[in-house]
Design a protein. Structure first.
Length: 122
């Protein structure tokens, strides 16, 4: 999984995937990623009503809007130069470090691993 917290993503499946009037999908930000479950918590996506009982924290109780994690297969990384959801790849750089890149246009989206001699180009 190449999605990380802080990434911009578009939702491609489910009720939050509806296209806007101009035919594009809304861009959201990933809050948190659960690698073991393959899920991501995305801002403003998959909202549910959470019913809370009266407590110290919520003296009134009531209903709260809250995001639930979505499966990463239902979101795509948003590439700002392609202005759409794209698939990501990972590649080694000459110094042996690893980066993520947009498979469509090849733009790097930043390094994901420090340089390692074993992967460096001689
Ligand atoms: Zn791109």
């Amino acid at each position: 999984m190449l999605i990380k917290a802080g990434d911009s993503v578009v939702v491609i499946s489910g009720e939050d995937s509806t296209k806007q009037d101009d035919g594009t999908r809304k861009v959201h930000t990933v809050v948190q990623v659960d690698r073991a479950k393959g899920k991501a918590l995305v801002e403003g996506v998959n909202l549910v009503w959470k019913h809370v009982r009266r407590s110290q924290k919520y003296p009134q109780g009531g209903r709260l809007r809250k995001e639930m994690p979505v499966d990463v297969s239902n979101i795509m990384f948003y590439c700002s130069s392609c202005s759409k959801g794209v698939r990501l790849g990972a590649r080694f750089l000459d110094d042996g470090s690893k980066e993520r890149y947009c498979k469509k246009c090849g733009t790097s989206t930043g390094r994901i691993a420090p340089p390692r001699a074993a992967h460096a180009k001689k």
